[in-house]
Design a protein around this ligand. Structure first.
Ligand code: ACO
Length: 276
């Protein structure tokens, strides 16, 4: 049996967990083995004190070439509905886990990103791509619809006409077009990608972690709520966050109003300093 963790690699450096799809020979296609390994790695990292931000990237030329057509589709289908549902649970399971992850997450799309790859792409809170990367809903090219949430991701992130064109033609777009369309935050040359992602991760590492988790959940949740529902949800969410970290918020106010040591409009308060 394959060593499951071999399909996913990771290191933690200066509070950033760099998690990598690690099947470069198969363009990091997501097999059931990889999906199980990824869930294990996410589990291991989620509540570690030495991890503040998680970056998901790929080894080699791909971010991920989507679902493994042989191992995820052909081989599980040969086991009937039981095999199909099991492999769906495993992949959708870690994407869902990532959507609601305790730490902020960044997709660093270094290369190919197809089909099922849109699940983890959307699951990450932020996304940065190499200009050289290629994104595509290639499902139509081999005869299925963009399932596993991929159609939903396209419709969430793209305007209707672009989502429809992208899904119906299966034409790949590069990183710059992906940024222009809003599929990722920014695109930049591959050689500069890791530097930029590290810079953004460091900005996040300076923020209050309780506020980060409350904020990322709020951004995902309020989209389907009416204004009044959202207003109510945000009141409750802030009160819940206060019960985990009331002092952080008070310290933030104190450093601005009393110590005058920073300006909240321009940056974060110093979480390692007590001015009381
Ligand atoms: N599933 C299974 N195997 C794959 C996949 C995949 N999604 N993608 C690549 N591979 C394998 C190839 O079969 C090949 O294996 P082999 O060396 O044992 O023959 C190896 O990875 C390298 O693939 P190449 O096609 O030779 O690599 P190349 O760099 O020329 O092309 C590209 C890369 C464009 C990503 C191409 O591999 C490709 O089109 N892959 C499929 C992309 C796709 O449509 N994915 C499915 C999306 S739909 C969904 O996820 C539900």
């Amino acid at each position: 049996m394959a060593n499951e963790i071999d399909t996913v690699a990771y290191d933690v450096v200066d509070r950033i967990a760099w998690v990598r799809f690690n099947r470069p020979d198969k363009r990091n296609a997501m097999s059931p083995t990889l999906n199980r390994a990824m869930m294990e790695v996410l589990d291991d990292l989620e509540f570690r004190d030495d991890v503040g931000v998680l970056v998901l990237t790929g080894e080699g030329a791909a971010w991920t070439a989507g679902m493994d057509l042989k191992e995820y589709f052909r081989e599980t289908e040969s086991e009937g509905i039981k095999g199909v549902r099991k492999s769906q649970r495993e992949s959708y399971g870690w994407w869902r886990r990532l959507r609601w992850y305790q730490k902020p997450t960044i997709a660093m799309v270094n290369g190919w990103c197809f089909g099922g790859g849109y699940g983890p792409l959307f699951a990450c809170d932020l996304a940065f791509a190499a200009d050289e990367a290629k994104f595509g809903l290639s499902e139509i090219n081999w005869g299925i619809l963009p399932g596993g949430g991929a159609t939903k991701v396209a419709v969430e992130l793209l305007p209707f006409r672009k989502a429809m064109y992208h899904a119906l033609t299966g034409e790949p777009i590069d990183g710059r077009t992906a940024a222009d369309w809003g599929l990722v935050n920014e695109s930049l040359p591959l050689a500069a990608l890791k530097g930029r992602v590290t810079e953004v991760a460091k900005v996040l590492l300076d923020k209050n972690p309780v506020a980060l988790k409350a904020t990322k959940d709020a951004v995902r949740r309020v989209g389907v709520m009416t204004y009044d529902e959202a207003e109510d949800y945000l009141v409750r969410a802030q009160e819940a966050a206060n019960s985990f970290d009331n002092d952080g918020r008070k310290e933030g106010i104190r450093q601005f109003i009393d110590a005058k040591s920073y300006r909240p409009g321009l940056g974060a308060y110093d979480r390692h300093r007590q001015t009381r």
